[in-house]
Design a binder for this molecule. Sequence first.
Ligand code: ZN
Ligand code: ZN
Length: 182
Amino acid sequence: MPPHTELTCSCGNIHLRLEGEPLLAAECQCDSCRTAAAWLAEIPGGEPVTSATGGTPYVLYRKDRVRFAAGGDNLRAYRLTAASPTRRVVAACCNTPLFLEFQGGHWLSLYAGLWPDEIRPAPAMRTMVSDLPAGQTLPADIPNHKTQSVGFFFTLLTAWAAMGFRSPKIPVASEVVWGEAT
Ligand SMILES: [Zn+2]
Ligand SMILES: [Zn+2]
């Protein structure tokens, strides 16, 4: 039996079951993750998704290794603009941030805050550091990559090949464009 991880939203309605090990744990420093983190922080009941550096730590899993054991029909997606190729998905029950999804992507970037402290995978790198606000510096505890690292793309590509180049769809119950939110 491969190891698996079970996570829930804060109210316990949504149960996620993750099969095996993550592809990668990384902290994203890009502008859109910062903007989205600020929006997410304003949703009632939502939890902060940023680390002390202002970046957003994610744990990446193949989509075919992420299963909603309960509550999968209770997801709400947010886009920064109607044209955004990415969406951030929260639990509609309690607004717990769940994951970031690229349109057509074969992986999910799950918000690391879903993991209890004791078992949360530590980020192996920071990415998109070129977007760091002027004057801010980062610790050198893990590699700080200006954009995405080559290893990051290679890991994703290898996983996609193993999935037969399929990109499973994740249905969401509703979608909101932040720029148009009331
Ligand atoms: Zn919930
Ligand atoms: Zn980002």
